[in-house]
Each structure stands twice: as structure tokens, then as C-alpha cells.
Write a protein that binds this ligand. Structure first.
Ligand SMILES: Nc1ncnc2c1ncn2[C@@H]1O[C@H](CCC(=O)c2cccc(C(=O)O)c2)[C@@H](O)[C@H]1O
Ligand SMILES: [Zn+2]
Length: 353
């Protein structure tokens, strides 16, 4: 258990339960998952960068004044990923951190445009993530799948490039399952990305855009209508539209909720004001995620502890939350059954002890 992440309002027993609970994670960014150790290592490899090499200084560097500041800092970390070896190291180490938290399956959001535009060869990039994926599965037992996202603010050129990399059989990696849209939402309307999502969906990919993180519920409606979203990244502002909540619940469209992220980027004022409870009350399928864990001073286990506090959950409630993520994932049926069974067995054993 990471001591600084122990929520004093959550019993230590529950923290221990969470630490051993088999989990799936559906909303977590590749570069945003770089641990302070990896960031320091990459910053030392590339000394012209403005990213601090000292982990203590990183805590300050990762304190954000608003969402735009967060994206600014995020891009300075993106600038540290310069070679296929950087990509491989990052991916492999991210999987190791996940395995330590008993993450059995993760859909990792990768922004290939950010790497190819910085000069990394696309074939070498795909080989690097695939090598790391296979090594992680063999060595840690953590299954990784990819979501390629468009960095919306970088314009339609980035959408064009992302959909090409996601659908061209000569480059598209085996582990790719979904297509997303990230970055700032203000001034970056969802409907303009419809043709790219149509193309990705036609190629067999699932649609998982960010929406309603920093703008209102209309963005979520647009993501559903124009981008045919199967899950919504964040969807925080859905709480302001009861008709939307009812729609999400009725269609069983999951929300990928990332509580600490929303506070760190100042999308929500405080954890106590987070609408997660309104989501569950409305019957929406809620999944718990960490988004960019080291940048937000969190990890997935801590997000489960936060959810336990905000939703008043005990062990069974937490196990149900973990099973929500399995249900909402793009794993095949046998894969889902395997993790669900593992969650049930772990919980039964814990409660019998
Ligand atoms: N909470 C989040 N909410 C939303 N997105 C998040 C979140 N966390 C991480 N991201 C990532 O940030 C990227 C943003 C990258 C971006 O805007 C941009 C703009 C112009 C140029 C370039 C470039 O690379 O040259 C990049 C997204 O694609 C997404 O994967
Ligand atoms: Zn995100």
C-alpha cells in the first residue's frame, strides 16, 4: 500500500481489500501513466527538456491551475518520448505498475499522432507498443489493449492521421480495440470528428470519446449521436441533464469516471462535489479509472478507495464496481468470465477469513 495514498476516511482493511482485488481499467493514458521514476529517467536522457528530473520537483510541476495548464504540462512529458526505445520502456513499465495493483486487463489510450509528428517512425512505434504488450502479458499476466485517440485540439489533420494509423492493415497493431478523442473540449466540437469515427467503426473499432469532462451535457449527446460512443470518457457534466442520465442508464452506456483527475484538472471543485453518486443513483453503469495517475498523485487502488468513500461501499460494493469495468470492457466473453470469477473467488475468501 502506498502510504501517501491512504485515505484516512476509508478503513485500512478496505484499502487492503482493494489492493488485492483483481481489476480492469478502461480509461488510462499511456504518457499520462509514466511514473516519476520513468519521467525522471526520460528527462535525464533528454536534458534539453523543461521537465524536472527530481521526483520531489515533479510534484510541483504536476500541480495544475486549470485544464489548459494540465495539457501544457502533459505535452512537455510527451516531448520526452523521442525514440521507439522510450516508447517500449514507458509501455512496459506502465504495465508493471498495473500488475502491482492487480490490474488484470487494461485498455490504454495512446495518441500515436503525437509520436509520429515528433518524428518517430510509425512502424517502429507500433512494434514498440506490441513488444511491450506481449512481454507484459507473458511476464506480469496483465493483458493490454489499445485505444488510439485523436488529440482534437491538434485539428483535423490529427484525426486524419490517427484514423489512418488505426485502420491501415499494414500499420494497425494487433492489440487495438477502440478509437477515442481527447484533449481540451472547449472550442473543439465533437460533431466535426464524425467521418473519422465512422471510418474507425467500419474497420471494427469501438467508439470511446472523451465528452462532458470540461464542457456541458450537449457534448455528451454529440458524442452519442455523432460519434456513436459506446462508452463515455468522464461524462461528468451528464449529471446536469436528467434526460441524459436516464438515456445512459437505459442504453447501458458506461461512464469512465476518474474522480481525482477531475479535481486535479479543476473540472470539479472538490471530491465531495463529484457527481458520481448521482450517476449510480440514476442507474448508470459506473467504472472507476485513474486517467493520468502519477500526474494526479493517484493510482487505480486509490480511485477505488475514493469511490468507496463517496458511494459508501463495502467489500461487496467494491467487487461489484470492479465487475462493472469487466462488463464495460471490450474483452471477449471467456476473458470477462475469467476475471469475474477471480473477483468473486477473491471476495468470498476475504469475507470468510
Ligand atoms: N483528462 C484528460 N482529458 C483529455 N485528454 C487527456 C486527458 N489526460 C490525458 N489526455 C491526453 O491529452 C492529449 C492532448 C493532446 C493535445 O491536445 C495536443 C494538442 C496539440 C498538439 C498536440 C501534439 O501532440 O503535438 C497535442 C489527448 O490526446 C489525450 O490522450
Ligand atoms: Zn482521459
Amino acid at each position: 500500500m502506498t502510504e501517501h495514498l491512504v485515505d484516512p476516511d476509508v478503513p485500512r482493511d478496505l484499502h487492503a481489500f482493494i489492493a488485492g482485488l483483481p481489476k480492469a481499467e478502461l480509461h488510462v493514458h499511456h504518457v499520462g501513466s509514466a511514473s516519476p521514476r520513468i519521467v525522471s529517467e526520460l528527462a535525464a536522457r533528454h536534458p534539453d527538456s523543461k521537465v524536472p528530473t527530481d521526483p520531489e520537483a515533479l510534484v510541483d510541476f504536476f500541480t495544475f491551475t486549470d485544464f489548459a495548464h494540465f495539457i501544457d504540462v502533459y505535452l512537455s512529458v510527451v516531448d520526452l518520448i523521442r525514440t521507439p526505445e522510450d516508447v517500449r520502456l514507458l509501455t512496459y513499465e506502465v504495465a508493471r505498475d498495473m500488475a502491482r495493483q492487480q490490474v488484470r486487463y487494461a485498455e490504454l489510450t495512446i495518441t500515436p499522432f503525437s509520436s509520429t509528428r515528433r518524428g518517430i517512425d510509425e512502424g517502429a512505434f507500433m512494434d514498440a507498443i506490441e513488444d511491450a504488450r506481449k512481454a507484459a502479458e507473458a511476464e506480469f499476466g496483465t493483458v493490454l489493449r489499445w485505444c488510439f485517440d485523436i488529440p482534437g485540439e491538434a485539428g483535423l489533420e490529427s484525426a486524419e492521421e490517427t484514423v489512418r494509423l488505426a485502420t491501415d492493415d499494414r500499420v494497425r497493431p494487433e492489440g487495438l480495440v477502440s478509437f477515442g478523442l481527447g484533449g481540451p473540449e472547449i472550442g473543439v466540437g465533437r460533431p466535426q470528428f464524425k467521418p473519422y469515427f465512422d471510418q474507425a467503426i467500419a474497420a471494427g473499432l469501438h467508439s470511446v470519446p472523451h465528452a462532458g469532462e470540461t464542457t456541458g451535457p450537449q457534448t455528451v449527446w454529440d458524442a452519442l449521436t455523432d460519434l456513436r460512443a459506446e462508452r463515455i470518457g468522464h461524462g461528468t457534466s451528464s449529471a446536469r441533464d436528467p434526460r441524459l442520465l436516464a438515456h445512459l442508464a437505459e442504453r447501458r452506456i458506461p461512464l469512465e469516471v476518474c474522480p481525482t483527475s477531475n479535481i486535479a484538472t479543476r473540472a470539479v471543485r472538490s471530491l465531495d462535489e463529484h457527481p458520481i453518486k448521482e450517476f449510480t443513483r440514476a442507474g448508470v453503469l459506473v467504472t472507476i479509472n485513474s486517467d493520468d495517475p502519477p500526474m494526479f498523485g493517484t493510482d487505480l487502488n486509490n480511485e477505488y478507495a475514493v469511490a468507496a468513500r463517496l458511494l459508501g461501499l463495502d467489500e461487496r460494493g467494491l467487487a461489484d464496481l470492479a465487475k462493472n469495468a469487466v462488463e464495460a470492457s471490450f474483452l471477449d466473453a471467456p476473458g470477462k468470465t475469467r476475471i469475474r470469477d477471480e473477483i468473486d473467488a477473491y471476495t468470498a475468501k476475504w469475507l470468510a477469513a
